[in-house]
Ligand binder design. Sequence first.
Ligand code: NAG
Length: 336
Amino acid sequence: MRRAYAIYLIVNLLILGFIVNYVWTLLSLLVVTGRSDAISRAELPGPNSPLPKQRQAVIPKIIHQTYSNTSIPERWKEAQRSCLDLHEDYEYKLWTDKSSREFISQEYPWFLETFDSYTYPIQRADAIRYFVLAHFGGIYIDMDDGCNRRLDALLAYPAWVRRTVPTGISNDVMGSVPHHPFFLRVIDALPRYDRNWVLPYVTVMGSTGPLFLSVIWRHYNSEGSHAEKDRVRILFPDEYNAHSWSFFTHHEGSSWHQSDVKLIMWMARNWIMLFVLGTVIGLSVIFAGFWVYARFCLGAGSPKKRASLRRLRFWRTQSSGKIDYELLDRESDHRV
Ligand SMILES: *[C@@H]1O[C@H](CO)[C@@H](O)[C@H](O)[C@H]1NC(C)=O
């Protein structure tokens, strides 16, 4: 009897262990700050510093932006203009639906099927920015981000992304040299992460958006420390848009948010309650399962019945074992 309880407990712990293992990257995002890779204000020259550049530029002078077509809506024209005016010596590439698809079909035909199959246009807009950075290098800037000063100082870092509060990194402004290993990793991972998570917001975030990028970033960094040229440096809010000397200004928000965002935001605001609720539900399931197990599998009965129940129990452990392996497979998918 006692052994049976122990087995029940162990099976539960195993399942819990696999779940934690599966979401480990997400949990780690809650505590990883990226501070050790920060582009610190101490190493950045002032916006109009007359001093010669301290660091050699490695990122090519190209600014990439995306929109469905070439008629940029009024609300973003000012932000777009601010970047163009400050960088007249940069090449400017606007990636429209049409030119993005042509580029993918010509240069990355292996991705065309995934690219075409995305449900939401924003997924294509997310994906194309990773491809053009991996291919041409340069700086990608969202249409709702304007430039507050020249970006030359940021050309000195082989790759950089922006930190988001409270967790992870964003894909709204990013810089990279061509063929940087991080962005190669990102484009390589895109087809594997093309999954539907029911809620549009979660699907977009997890398949192509900031959450996807953050997960790849965690995997990339958990492989150990990279050589300087392979590192991904992080721009923190102070340097991003918090001050008069920051690089960017943020304009009116994203164009694609749907009603499920309200649900996510609500969940974020009420996370303590949801955490407690989740714990209570989780514990209830474990106790209810235990009750059923004790009542029906360990209960009195004829030796024959007990034997058949034992078989049933055996089958159960088998089947839960199978689920565990599936989880493992998915985890190793993520890790590749
Ligand atoms: C450009 O795209 C926007 C948004 O998808 C659309 O509303 C607009 O009609 C398009 N303009 C042209 C000229 O196709």
